[in-house]
Design a protein around this ligand. Sequence first.
Ligand code: AMP
Ligand code: ZN
Length: 472
Amino acid sequence: MKLYNSVTRTKDEFVPIDPKEVKMYTCGPTVYHFAHIGNLRSYIMEDVLEKYLRYVGYPVKRVMNITDVGHLSSDADTGEDKMLKGAKREKKTVMEIAKFYTDAFFADCEKLNIKIPDVVEPATGCIDEFIKVIEGLIEKGYAYEAGGNIYFDTSKLSQYYVFNNFAEEDLQDGVREGVEKDDNKRNKADFVLWFTKSKFDDQELKWDSPWGVGYPGWHIECSCISMKHLGEYLDIHCGGIDNAFPHHTNEIAQSEAYVGHKWCNFWFHVLHLNTTSGKMSKSKGEFLTVSLLESKGYLPVVYRFFCLLSHYRKSLVFSYENLDNAKVTYEKLVARIAKLDKNGEVDGAKFDELKKLFTEAMDNDINTSLAITALYDVLKSDANDATKRALIADFDKVLSLDLLENAEKFGKQDEACAEDDELSARVNEAIAKRAQAKKEKNFAEADRIRDELKEMGIVLVDTAQGTTWKKI
Ligand code: AMP
Ligand code: ZN
């Protein structure tokens, strides 16, 4: 299986460090607001990666943090804590906000068939681990105290910019746009591991530490939570592309400085979902959530399908027109599946032959759009219906599009509609005959028709505008 690795910038053969357990870490949500569908694109594609690893037979242990402290409004070390901002906005405590939006996040995940990682760890539950690692970094000479805060010293590294070829000038001008100058830093790229002095005295959550009462920086959270549950070697680290710098760059810097060797082999970055007017935002324009899509009549799984139609390494533009196209395609696909006969025996040789199309697509850097093409190839093939259904069930272990379930559901709805249509046609025909009989003063025949319908559970209601009917 080939997987694009943001560090090497090539598609590399995926070889786990220990095939008995693939270790996977995912940057979790900052729980100060609902997740927008852009955030959820990242989690959907990471879910597909995890499920595919399991599908090909690897046992996977996946860990995710919940960022409930330390993520400032600039990904660098300035601005207000996002959690505090959320708490002020809703006049609640930070922990109330964290609980509410963590639950909301997992409710969205459930709707989108995103599996919950094996371990989910809120940052506020790991303060001791953060302190231990920061102490270790100070001891090894990688961290220093200045102005009350503890900083990571990037000048101690032989290489800092692992994902991008940033120059110092870029850093100053563009990369960290909006960053205020922090005179405590020895080098521009240095970042905070522990805050005791922040501009925000009303920081709600604070803990005692060897350097005074304060709170952790965002980057140290992910390194520590990963190491706590997955040890010193990590197979795959996931996140949206915006996290590559500075968050993941800083995670690598501090983790490798701490453990003294290479930490993570593969970096899996999902490109952004944008709107037609640009970046997806929680504050500007329509706040695009799964619930909003549902309120507009879209099944959440249609959004998942929309995401899978594109490769995760291409940015994707969201518009209702694009989503409508995905909806129509999904419904047609499900309607075709509904027509497959449920009886018969699976042809093993055919199954293996067609399954290959799917694994070839997925082995090529999780190419979900080609994997969906493989699904259509199955439907078009000369395989019998039982084999087709078995393949669809098999692919859907990874795609999680509820294909057979919805085929069943929609099929039943179609049958119910067809039955209703048939009944209406019969009743309307009987009403017309009764009207004719009345016109011909054949009241016995008119009454016979009325009684016949009554036996079928239909009552006729004569009104000035004509005869209507209802079921009893
Ligand atoms: P946050 O809740 O801001 O910490 O972000 C949660 C996840 O969503 C991270 O992996 C981000 O990199 C990712 N993310 C943020 N914006 C987008 C977007 N527009 N499209 C895809 N992923 C995103
Ligand atoms: Zn992270």
